[in-house]
Design a protein around this ligand. Sequence first.
Ligand SMILES: [Mn+2]
Length: 402
Amino acid sequence: METAEKTLVKSSFLKIQARKEGFNVLHLVSGRQFDVCKATIGVVEHFKRPREIKLDELNPSMHQSIQRLINCGILVDTAQANQETSTTHIPNKTLFKVPAFDPSSSGSKFTLIGIPFGGGNAESSETRKFPHTLRAFAEAYSLNLNQPQRINYNFLGNAGQQIHLDEWIKTQKLADAGDIFIHHFESRSEIYEKITKIFSHIFEKGHRTFGIGGDHSITYPIIKAAAQHHEAFSVLHFDAHTDLYSSSYESILNGNGLHHHGNFVEKCLVLPQLNTYYQFGIRGVNNIFHQDAHPKLKIMWADEVKRKLRLNLVDALPKDQSYYITFDIDVLDPSVAPGTATPVPNGLFFEEILQLFNDLEIAERNIIGVDFVEVNPKYDAHNVTVSLASQLIINFLNLIKP
Ligand SMILES: [Mn+2]
C-alpha cells in the first residue's frame, strides 16, 4: 500500500460565502459549487498554510472527509499545486450533449476543448468569450450530437450529406474535455505552455483534438503539441490573412519573443515535423506584398478558390500523409460572418467553403486535429456568426473520418 503521507494546502481558487446554514464553496477553476457545514470550513482553513498529514493515521470519518475535499479540488496536494490550473474541467452540461472526456482514456476520441483566450490579439481580446457563447447557443437550441437517428442532415447544406457524423455518434467517440482555465494574472507565455501541455496529453493517448478559440495565437501551441506526437504532417489553413506579419522588432524566430495571432505561422514553418503549410482564402490589401516566399508555404488565394483556379495545388496534396486543420472564421465573407475583429471583403461564402472542402477531399484524409478561431461575439449582432460557426463546427465533425 502506498504511503498516505501528503502535504496538503487549501486551493487558491476558492470563493467561500457564509449562508444561512453553513457555507457555499465556489471552485473558480472548475466552476463547481459545494454546500458545506461549519466544521468542514474549519478543516479547510486549517490548511491555509501547507500542512503535512498522514491520511491512514486519521480516524475513518476524518480520512473520508479530507479525501472528499481532495476529490473536489478544495484541498490540493502541494506536489501538484502548480498543476491546479493546467487542466480542463468538464462543465455540467457538455457541448452538443456529447459524453464527457476521460483524460485517462486512450484511443481515438475526437475531443472538443475550449480555449477562452484572446490575449494574442490586442484589438480583439473578446474572442475569449466564444467557447462560452458557443456552449450557450448550442444549449439554447438543444443541439444534440448524441442521437444519430434524430439528425436531419439537410441542415448541413451540401445536399444534406451524412458522411462521418453518424459513426462518431454511434461509437460514442465525440467527447467534451471542457474549457481550459485561464486566469487574467497568467502571462501569455504561461498560457501558451499550458495549451501545449494539455493538448500534448490528449495527442499522446492517440486522440484527435478540436480546439475552439480564442484568437489565432492558440494554434501554434496546439501544432507544437501535435509535433511532439506526430512525426510528419501538413497544415490546411483557412484564413483571409497569411498570419505572417512579423515586424522587425518581433524577433520570434530568435526565441526571445512571443508570437501573436498575426505571425504564428512563422513559428509553425520552422517545425521539422511540418511538411507543407497550405493556405486557402487569402486576399485583400494587407497581403499586397505576400507570396509563396517560404519553400514550405503554398497559398491558394480567395479568387483562385472562387474561380477554381490552381486546382493543381489541390491535386498535389498527398493522400498518404496526416493533416492538421486551422480555420479562421474571417476566411468567410464579412457579410455572412461579421463577428470577427479583422474582416476582409470579397471572402468566401458558405457554399464555396463546402465546395473547397470537397475539392480538398477532407472527408477521405487522415486529420489529426482541427481548430476553429477568431469568432468575436462582441461584433456579432443577433448571433449570425455564432450560428454559422456552430454549423461549420458540426460540418467538420461530419467531414473528419473517424
Ligand atoms: Mn484571419
